[in-house]
Write a protein that binds this ligand. Structure first.
Ligand code: CA
Ligand code: CA
Length: 453
């Protein structure tokens, strides 16, 4: 993997955009080596922002960092100016070589998005439709789709703004997703209860209450980010003597990538000890999805308290200031997730109404499809019947042709030879639908053998 990030302590791009948001491993690891001091200012490696265009974002910044002019501007531009788009304008001054590489990166990204669109359509069964990729590319805001071949100032501006915006909404979306998960769980429980008789329902409700109480019965959870909480990690996860607790050493120990900051992922892994007090994957009453939501709540809480410059990273300075506060030394108790219902009854009602509407829509569509199917089947039956009639007509024609060649010769020239009502009647009833007259001509009009017989 590449390791070419230049280090710039004021860089919004490196500080804010490259925050690790991946899932956090359960174990903090007792065997972690202490990070040497000289590595504390090293660049972050292999950090994933969690955005779907993470790779493109990282590669663009990677190349821009190689340009001396741009790197200098990055050092000297403050975050607000970067957000306002001032840094993006400096793209006009980067070297031709870097610009060419950025054009290439953009073309690759546009191709990736096109493939994404195609894959999505194949999945939805619309693979044979003609697709206007240009229109569909509009949904991706992190590049300028109107100009798919070159990387311009607007592309960099869009990339910075999209990444900022998407990262800020990341946690919000996770909370919303969790809320929907909880409401669906409750909805399914209520639906299940409706299927039971009174006695079974009573037992089920009783069991549910027991499980709820069992889940809520756990050792005291320390306030996230408090001295008590960190000391417990120090003692139990790091295996160190609580008497030796030292905030600066603690910070170095848990800055696992050695970049001089505690990022969101590093912070979240500090809460594993607390979460294990509440959640055990082998217990029926402990839902591990809820555990991850609790971890997110804890991390957000600590970030709000400690990250004073709001760059989504805790610097050593910020950390040390926080350890002097009253909340660190004498924290309030922490309200765990089960003490906070994630949705209101109104929200639950709305959710269930929406589900019912969606179900009705699906049922209506299914009924329409069934009707269409019945109609197609009816038409198929008619077509089959018509096919059989035509087949019979052809067979009769063949038979008549044979008769024309043999027995009919006996009647040749005999004016008393009876007409062929059979022909006329046969064709009008078999070849022409009811109500339609056969075409004018000897077969339609004459009841007699055509001339020559
Ligand atoms: Ca770090
Ligand atoms: Ca900070």
């Amino acid at each position: 993997m590449r390791r070419t990030w230049g280090w710039c302590p004021y860089s919004f791009l490196l500080l804010s955009l490259l925050v690790g948001l991946k899932a956090v491993p359960l174990n903090t690891g007792k065997d972690k080596e202490k990070i040497p001091q000289e590595n504390l200012q090293g660049p972050p490696q292999n950090v994933d922002t969690g955005l779907h265009y993470d790779r493109y974002l990282r590669e663009v910044i990677d190349f821009l960092e190689k340009d001396q002019h741009f790197r200098e501007k990055l050092h000297n531009t403050n975050m607000d100016d970067i957000k306002q788009g001032k840094l993006a304008k400096e793209l006009d001054f980067v070297s031709h070589h870097v610009r060419t590489r950025l054009d290439e990166l953009k073309r690759q990204e546009v191709n990736r998005l096109r493939m994404l669109i195609k894959a999505k359509q194949d999945q939805e069964g619309g693979g044979e439709m003609t697709v206007d990729h240009q229109v569909l590319l509009k949904q991706f805001e992190h590049l300028n789709h109107m100009n798919p071949h070159t990387f311009e100032v607007e592309d960099l501006d869009r990339l910075i703004k999209s990444a900022t915006n998407d990262l800020e909404n990341f946690d919000k979306e996770r909370h919303e997703e969790f809320k929907r998960y909880e409401m669906m769980k409750e909805h399914e429980r209520r639906e299940h209860l409706k299927m039971l008789d009174e006695e079974e329902r009573r037992k089920e409700e009783q069991h549910y209450e027991e499980m709820r109480k069992k889940h809520a019965d756990h050792p005291k959870v320390n306030h996230p980010g408090s001295q008590d909480q960190l000391k417990e990690v120090w003692e139990e996860a790091d295996g160190l003597d609580p008497e030796d607790f030292d905030p600066k050493t603690f910070f170095s120990l848990h800055d696992t990538n050695g970049d001089g900051f505690l990022d969101e992922q590093e912070l979240e892994s500090l809460f594993t000890k607390e979460l294990e007090k509440i959640y055990d994957p082998t217990n029926e009453e402990d839902d591990m999805v809820e555990m991850e939501e609790e971890r997110l709540r804890m991390r957000e809480h600590v970030m709000n308290e400690v990250d004073t410059n709001r760059d989504r990273l805790v610097s050593l300075q910020e950390f040390l200031v926080a350890t002097k506060k009253r909340e660190f030394l004498e924290p309030d108790s922490w309200e765990t997730l089960e003490q906070n219902q994630p949705y209101t009854e109104d929200e639950m009602r709305e959710f269930e109404e929406r589900l019912a509407r969606e179900e009705n829509d699906l049922n209506r569509k299914a009924a329409e499809l069934q009707m269409q199917r019945n109609e197609l089947e009816r038409q198929q039956v008619q077509l089959n019947a018509r096919k059989v009639e035509l087949q019979q007509a052809v067979e009769h024609m063949e038979k008549l042709k044979t008769q024309k060649a043999e027995p009919f010769t006996a009647f040749k020239g005999n004016p008393d030879f009876p007409c062929f009502p059979y022909w006329n009647g046969y064709f009008s009833s078999h070849l022409f639908p009811v109500g339609e007259n056969p075409p004018e001509g000897p077969l339609g009009q004459n009841q007699h053998v055509p001339a020559g017989y």
